[in-house]
Design a protein. Structure first.
Length: 487
């Protein structure tokens, strides 16, 4: 008996089978596929038809491999949505959050609701990619799809709808929209009214670890699947990843390390202070009635872009080689702020880093090793300053950081984080999102009792690695010298 986690990112997707045996969870990736946005005319879309086709292929391959699936659950990136008409038809391919339609929408909204008021209601960091501004752009442009639409379904909700025929909005993904009241954990009528947005589009909210419905008969027949339940989990991938962390108490933080870095803590209630808003913290829905109070940070995007450039130039750029060269490079020659606009979409990341260092009077990294070391050390310093603000805003004293996601495999970065923050860094959950997804399905299916039991299973299943602080005096000196770059 097994569960299928469909873990979809803004670039690629995977179908991962999970089953619990002898007190351990076992994972098996059965399908991997690309999920790039596609430009058509002046709009950047998601190819939903291709995405859904690959979801069905993931189900088919899991069945073909001999698994008896008891459940399916979806988790994806945040904010994006599709619109459904009264006949149940998808009106358009969902638009990608990187599309330019939301430019200027934050300013346009400020005449009706201030950034301070919006944060006090929703607790979400003000970013123009947010669903509220995507919806506002449709209204302001008088897009005809808005008048035809009957339902707004976020990406995982949209997939669940076409898998089951049942429309609902899952809580954790809804929380990314900046349309949800953070305290009430339901749609904010005030936000919809102030911006004159169509409240009628929103569905009832369903929470993680619940049954949505049965897989449609025609999809079951097409894929060879039996009668399968479709469950709700933390359908925002970050929520499912953090739900997998087997930690107790209030002295730990999480770092979801990948293209983006998400550094934060779990809380019982949202933190809606002006201090939190000014420091760009966001309150997103978590599993088990938790709030994820965290900061979005530009993460390994910089290293990924460097590697892309070297690959295109036909140069050596294997990770083992790069990290070996990084270790040989002189420490602390140049430190950059990864959230500087210069690194958002540069023509060349190499030149953007060098130009930043030139403008800030620092040594200019030349070799691959120097560039990689610059990126990794800079991220660790950035985390130091965000962690300081995080503890100030919450009043918590953090002693441990659990690093999850692909970046948790980066041993150099993990050690740098431990050194810079003078804290233990704990890794081991490289497949945190899929693991959290599977555990929540088992809870919804009443195969395990609750998340506490799920955490015991996870502890038995994966070996933790702990990085202990060292050379902290050198890092403290660098942080003091370069703090002006992060103010």
């Amino acid at each position: 008996m097994a569960y299928l986690a469909l873990d979809l990112g803004a670039g690629s997707g995977r179908a991962i089978v999970g089953f619990i045996e002898n007190g351990k969870v076992h994972l098996d990736e059965v399908h991997r596929f690309s999920n790039p946005p596609i430009g058509l005319g002046d709009t950047l879309y998601w190819d939903f038809l291709s995405l859904f086709s690959n979801i069905k292929e993931g189900i088919r391959l899991a069945v073909k491999k001999g698994y008896t699936l008891k459940g399916i659950a979806i988790d994806t990136w945040g904010v994006d949505f599709g619109l459904i008409d009264k006949s149940g038809h998808l009106l358009s391919n969902p638009v990608c959050y990187r599309d330019r339609r939301t430019e200027g929408m934050s300013a346009a909204a400020s005449g009706s609701v201030s950034a301070e008021e919006l944060y006090a209601i929703t607790g979400i960091q003000q970013m123009e990619i947010n669903s509220v501004f995507q919806l506002l752009s449709l209204k302001q442009k008088e897009d005809p799809v808005l008048s035809i639409a009957d339902k707004l379904l976020f990406t995982p909700d949209l997939i669940n709808y076409f898998l089951t025929g049942i429309a609902c909005n899952e809580y954790t993904i809804a929380s990314t929209s900046q349309l949800l009241d953070a305290r009430k954990r339901y749609w904010s009528k005030a936000v919809f009214d102030k911006l004159q947005l169509p409240y009628r589009l929103m569905e009832n909210i369903i929470y993680p670890c619940n049954l949505i419905g049965k897989l449609r008969n025609e999809i079951a027949e097409e894929t060879g699947a039996d009668d399968i339940n479709v469950f709700s989990v933390g359908s925002h991938d970050t929520a499912s990843a953090i739900a997998a962390i087997p930690a107790n108490g209030k002295d730990w933080a999480f770092l979801s390390s990948g293209t983006w870095s998400l550094l934060g803590v779990t809380t019982d209630k949202p933190v809606l202070t002006e201090e939190a808003r000014k420091n760009d913290f966001t309150n997103e829905g978590g599993v088990d009635d938790k709030i994820l109070f965290m900061r979005n940070i530009t993460g390994l995007w910089l290293l990924q872009r460097l590697i892309d450039e070297w690959e295109k130039a036909g140069e050596e750029c294997a990770y083992d080689y790069l990290f070996s060269e990084c270790s040989k490079a002189t420490p602390f020659c140049s430190i950059i702020n990864s959230d500087n606009p210069a690194f958002t979409h540069p023509v060349s990341m190499t030149e953007a880093i060098r130009e930043y260092c030139r403008n800030t009077g620092q040594a200019i990294p030349v070799s691959k090793g120097e560039l990689v070391r610059c990126v990794l050390e800079s991220l660790a310093v950035k985390y130091y300053f965000v962690m300081a603000r995080l503890q100030e805003c919450t009043g918590l004293e953090i002693k441990h950081i659990f690093v999850v996601g692909g970046g948790s495999r980066n041993e150099l970065l993990n050690q740098y984080i431990a050194d810079a923050l003078n804290m233990e860094v704990i890794t081991g959950l490289t497949e945190a999102t899929a693991t959290g997804n599977i555990i929540q399905q088992a809870i919804a299916d009443k195969q395990i009792q609750d998340l506490k039991e799920g955490h015991n299973i996870i502890k038995n299943s994966f070996e933790q690695k702990i990085y202990y602080p060292a050379s902290t005096k050198k890092w403290t000196d660098v942080i003091t010298e370069r703090k002006h770059l992060f103010q």
